[in-house]
Design a protein around this ligand. Structure first.
Ligand code: PMP
Length: 400
């Protein structure tokens, strides 16, 4: 009965790892995957996560019962505090509903479906380019997906004029997906002044902000700095949505821990919104998993663990920043043609190198370096040892 099923193409991002795994070359390098690696190229479990897990294991009162549909209450409260800030008026006034979801992706999916069911404008604008899954997640949630200009390939920076024009031309009430920080794949973020202009424009047109916060703390090393964009929109008293992921900043990739928060005008509206979120979640997966959320809650509620976490987070962010400098220096040393200053200007996990699909294919074939065909490389996958190989490959790719 399934003989007619057509083979689907590999996911453009996860497919890079599939190709990498098939390559027998011992010096192969995977810069496609958006996951942190140590200087030794190994995945990292944070010490603070191990400590929290140990505490959970040793707690005899801990059971494996189902969580409520919206997840672990402590986790939700602490997640809202983390992104909106401890002093957020929206939290104090009880106008925020937060539900635990399956990492960032699941939070976007639940938020998207809620909007498709209950919001009057079903078009969402995402930046061009954006994380590829945005297009699919929101389309399947029932929204119509359009793009706004974001990146200027010539300057390898923000196309701020294009962004303002496209948001101005969007229909009043449209949903606007914003990367809270460390825009993926470009590594290009608006400045605080530009965020303020975006905020004013969006509020004047009643555009609804939907923040995707997958890298809080990863961009600058500071959790507060990386949440600044979101907090600007919350402090004006208006509505917004925020999807949080703990994949990167706590290294909990496979635990699938995230949260969706919806900031409303009143506490009564927030509670009605929450009741509808339950109706979105229940037929999708009933309730979220308990383990990862318990780890996060344990870390966020204990000041000592929290401090330890911020230090480990800063160390990850600093290593990535140092990789940027090393790669830039290595290209300078080789006299590689072109301006590579964007490598040190962009922030977050990725560099949008500007290499084209042909150059990427060349680097994979000749140097066994794997990355997405848009030229995005994960800085977290690099080490002092592998920088020279990458610099050689880029040099050869742009010189031929
Ligand atoms: N949004 C962005 C911009 C991302 O880069 C990612 C991860 N690559 C996600 C959301 C979702 O990640 P996860 O579902 O693993 O939390």
């Amino acid at each position: 009965v399934f003989a007619g099923v057509v083979r689907a193409p590999e996911d453009p991002i996860l497919g890079v790892t599939v190709a990498y795994n098939k390559d027998p070359n011992p010096n192969k390098l995977n810069l496609g995957v958006g996951a942190y690696r140590t200087e030794e190229g190994k995945p990292l479990v944070l010490n603070v996560v191990r400590r929290a897990e140990q505490m959970l294991v040793n707690d005899p009162s801990r059971v494996k019962e189902y969580l409520p549909i919206i997840g672990l209450a402590d986790f939700n409260k602490l997640s809202a505090k983390l992104i909106f800030g401890a002093d957020s008026p929206a939290i104090k006034e009880n106008r925020v509903t937060t539900v635990q979801c399956l990492s960032g992706t699941g939070s976007l999916r639940v938020g998207g479906e809620f909007l498709a069911r209950h919001y009057h404008e079903r078009t969402i604008y995402v930046p061009s380019p954006t994380w590829g899954n945005h297009l699919k997640v929101f389309a399947i949630a029932g929204l119509s997906v359009k793009t706004y200009r974001y990146y200027n390939p010539e300057t390898r920076g923000l196309d701020f004029q294009g962004l303002l024009e496209d948001l101005s031309a969007a229909p009043s009430g449209a949903i606007i997906l914003l990367h809270a920080c460390a825009h993926n794949p470009t590594g290009v973020d608006p400045t605080v002044e530009q965020w303020e202009q975006i905020r004013q424009l969006m509020r004047s047109k009643a555009l609804l902000p939907f923040f995707d916060s997958a890298y809080q703390g990863f961009a600058s090393g500071s959790l507060d700095t990386d949440a600044q964009s979101v907090r600007m929109f919350v402090s004006d008293g208006g509505e917004c949505l925020a999807a949080q992921s703990y994949a990167k900043n706590m290294g909990l990739y496979g635990e699938r821990v995230g949260a969706l928060s919806i900031v409303c005008k009143t506490s009564d509206i927030a509670s009605r919104v929450e009741s509808q979120l339950k109706l979105v979640i229940r037929p999708m997966y009933s309730n979220p998993p308990i383990h990862g959320a318990s780890i996060v809650a344990a870390i966020l509620k204990d000041s000592q663990l929290y401090n330890e976490w911020t230090q480990e987070l800063k160390a990850m962010a600093d290593r990535i920043i140092s990789m940027r400098q090393q790669l830039f220096d290595a290209l300078q040393a080789r006299g590689t043609p072109g301006d590579w200053s964007h490598i040190i200007k962009q922030i977050g996990m990725f560099t949008f190198t500007g290499l084209n699909a042909k150059q990427v294919a060349f680097m994979t074939q000749e140097y066994h370096i794997y990355m997405t065909s848009d030229g995005r490389i994960s800085m977290a996958g690099l080490s002092s040892q592998t920088v020279p190989l990458l610099a050689d490959a880029i040099h050869a790719a742009v010189s031929t």
